[in-house]
Design a binder for this molecule. Structure first.
Ligand code: GUN
Ligand code: ZN
Length: 523
C-alpha cells in the first residue's frame, strides 16, 4: 500500500487524489499540473506560480542545474526552493530527456539522485531510457533492461524522505508497457511517470498515447500516482485524466509562447491570426490582440506564457469539477470535437472501455449521449453485462414507446438506444436516466440491438418482441433471429410496419419526466 497517495473521487479511470510530498511538507491535489521551470531561462517568476496560478508543484531539470556551474553552486548552497523562490513541492528530472535528444549524458542514476537529494528536490528521477515510438522491439526491450536497472539503482540510494519516480517505458509495445508498469509498481519507488510520449504528442498521435498509457495502467496498481511525462497541452487533459493520469508537466506554455502561440482548450492559435481573444484571464482581459502584437518580443513572450498557464490551470479545474460531477467522459467527448487527433484519442479510449468499466463508479451524473461515439462508452457496456443478470419472464415486449394499453406479454420493458432494454423499475438509476438525442443514430441503435442480444443469450427460453422506431438495417441485423420485430414507425411503405404504433400512438404513457424519453407524443 502506497500511503502517500489517496484517491478521493473517481470518474471513468480518472480520479481526484492527494499526493503527500513529505520533504516539501505539502499535499498536492491531483490531477495536478507542474509548470516546467528552466533554471537558465526565466519565462515566469516561479514565486508567482503558487499564489497567482495555484501551482503547488513545479518541475525543473537537475541535469541542466548540475551542468551549469554557477546554478549548480547556488542550488547546492541555497537549496532549490530558495534558489527558485518557490515554497511548494519541487520535482526534478534526471537528464534522460537530454539523453534521448543528444544520445549521451555524463551521469548515472546513483550520482544524479544523490545530487537531486543534495539540492533539496522533493521528488527525484533516475536515468531511464525514453525509447521513442516505433523503435524496434529489440531496442525497446533492451532499453527497458537499462531502465529496470536504473530503478533498482534508485532503490539502493539513500534518498531520505525524497520521493522517487519510477518511469514506465516500452515504446509502442503495449505488452512491454504493461510489463514495465508491473515491475515499476513492484519497486518501493513512489511516483510512476509514463515516459517517451512527447514524440507522440508532438506528432498528434493521441491514439498511440492512449494505448501506451492504457497498457502502462494495466501493469500499475490502482494506488500508484501516474505522471504523464511532458504532457502539458490543455486540450488533452480530460482524455489523459480519464485514462487515469494524475500529474502533468507543461513546458508547452513557455515553448509555445516563444513562438508567438496562444493555447486554447481545443488547440493552438498563432497570435498573428487572432482578431479576438476567446479568454478572460488577466492578460486577455487587459490586452487586445493588436496591443499584444505591439509589445516587444520578450514582453510578448512573457504575456503569452501567462495566458497559456491560465488556460492550462483553468482546464485542469474544469476536469476536476467534471470528476466531482461524474461527467468527465462528456468533457472528453467535447474536447474530442476540437481536433481530429483528439477524436482519434477518444476513439482509442473507447477501445479500452472494458478497462475503464472495471474502475468507473457505477453511479454518477446524467449520461449525455453527445455523438455516435457515446454508444461505445463503458456505461453502455456495463448495462449490457447487467442485462444478463436480470430476471426475465416467459414473454417480454421490449419497446421504444409507451406500454400498449392492452397486451398479452408477461412484462413490458423500455428500450432506449444506446443502452437497449431495461425494466421500468431501473429507469431512475444511472445510466438509464440518460439524456439522449431525439434523433437516434445508427450506432446507438446498433448498441441497443446488442443489448437485446445480451438479454436473449442469457435467457434463451424467453420469447422476446422488439418494438422499434424504424431502426437501421445494420442494427436490426444484430438482433437475434428468435426475436419478433415490430416497427413502430407507421410507415405504410415498410413491409414490416405493424399496427402496433397506430393503435398505441393515441395513448402513449403520458409520463412527462420519464427518463430517457426520446419521442414526442405526437409522433
Ligand atoms: N520528460 C519527458 N519524457 C520523459 C521521459 O520519458 N523520461 C524522463 N526522465 N523525462 C522525460
Ligand atoms: Zn487569456
Amino acid at each position: 500500500m502506497r500511503d502517500h497517495f489517496e484517491i478521493r473521487d473517481h470518474d471513468a479511470a480518472g480520479r481526484i487524489g492527494e499526493l503527500t510530498v513529505p520533504r516539501a511538507g505539502v499535499t498536492v491535489e491531483t490531477p495536478a499540473l507542474l509548470p516546467v521551470i528552466n533554471p537558465n531561462i526565466e519565462t515566469i517568476d516561479p514565486s508567482r506560480l503558487r499564489s497567482e496560478f495555484g501551482a503547488d508543484m513545479l518541475i525543473t531539470n537537475s541535469y541542466i542545474i548540475r551542468t551549469t556551474e554557477d546554478v549548480r553552486e547556488r542550488a547546492l548552497e541555497d537549496g532549490l526552493h530558495d534558489m527558485l523562490g518557490f515554497d511548494g513541492a519541487i520535482m526534478t528530472d534526471s537528464g534522460s530527456f537530454q539523453l534521448a535528444e543528444y544520445g549521451e549524458i555524463d551521469t548515472t542514476t546513483t550520482e544524479i539522485l544523490e545530487f537531486q537529494r543534495d539540492i533539496g528536490s522533493d521528488v527525484g528521477t533516475p536515468v531511464d531510457i525514453p525509447t521513442p515510438p516505433d523503435a524496434s522491439r529489440e531496442q525497446a526491450a533492451s532499453d527497458l533492461d537499462v531502465t529496470r536497472q536504473a530503478l533498482a539503482d534508485a532503490e539502493a540510494v539513500d534518498v531520505g524522505d525524497m520521493l522517487v519516480n519510477a518511469p514506465v517505458q516500452g515504446s509502442t509495445y503495449p505488452d512491454l508497457r504493461e510489463q514495465a508498469g508491473r515491475e515499476a509498481a513492484a519497486t518501493d519507488l513512489d511516483v510512476f511517470p509514463v515516459g517517451a510520449v512527447v514524440p507522440m504528442m508532438n506528432s498528434y498521435r493521441y491514439d498511440d498515447m492512449v494505448d501506451a498509457v492504457a497498457a502502462a495502467k494495466r501493469g500499475l496498481a490502482e494506488d500508484c500516482p501516474v505522471h504523464l511525462f511532458g504532457a502539458g497541452h490543455p486540450m488533452m487533459f480530460a482524455l489523459a485524466v480519464a485514462l487515469g493520469c494524475d500529474l502533468f508537466d507543461s513546458a508547452a506554455y513557455a515553448l509555445m509562447a516563444r513562438d508567438g502561440r496562444y493555447l486554447t482548450v481545443s488547440g493552438t492559435e498563432q497570435l498573428e491570426d487572432l482578431d479576438y481573444l476567446p479568454c478572460s484571464c488577466p492578460i486577455c482581459h487587459e490586452y487586445t490582440p493588436d496591443e499584444l502584437r505591439a509589445v516587444d518580443a520578450d514582453e510578448q513572450e512573457a504575456l503569452l506564457a501567462e495566458h497559456n498557464l491560465h488556460v492550462t490551470f483553468e482546464e485542469l479545474r474544469r476536469v476536476k469539477q467534471a470528476i466531482r460531477d461524474g461527467d468527465l467522459l462528456e468533457l472528453v467527448e467535447k474536447r474530442a470535437r476540437g481536433h481530429p487527433a483528439m477524436a482519434d484519442g477518444y476513439r482509442a479510449l473507447l477501445d479500452h472501455a472494458d478497462q475503464l468499466e472495471r474502475i468507473d463508479s457505477a453511479s454518477k451524473g446524467t449520461f449525455f449521449g453527445l455523438s455516435h461515439e457515446s454508444a461505445r462508452r463503458p456505461e453502455v457496456r456495463r448495462h449490457h453485462d447487467r442485462l444478463a443478470r436480470l430476471s426475465v419472464p416467459d414473454s417480454l415486449l421490449c419497446t421504444e414507446y409507451g406500454t400498449p394499453s392492452e397486451h398479452d406479454y408477461d412484462e413490458v420493458w423500455r428500450v432506449v438506444p444506446p443502452f437497449g432494454p431495461f425494466p421500468r423499475a431501473l429507469s431512475e438509476t444511472y445510466p438509464l436516466t440518460a439524456e439522449v438525442p431525439d434523433r437516434t443514430d445508427a450506432a446507438a441503435e446498433r448498441a441497443a440491438a446488442e443489448g437485446i442480444r445480451a438479454l436473449v443469450e442469457a435467457n434463451p427460453g424467453t420469447e422476446v418482441t422488439l418494438a422499434h422506431e424504424g431502426w437501421d438495417a445494420d442494427a436490426l441485423g444484430a438482433v437475434p433471429e428468435s426475436v419478433t420485430l415490430e416497427n413502430l414507425h407507421a410507415d405504410a411503405d415498410r413491409a414490416d410496419a405493424d399496427t402496433h404504433a397506430g393503435g398505441d400512438a393515441d395513448s402513449p404513457e403520458a409520463d412527462a419526466d420519464e427518463p430517457a424519453e426520446s419521442r414526442s407524443e405526437s409522433e
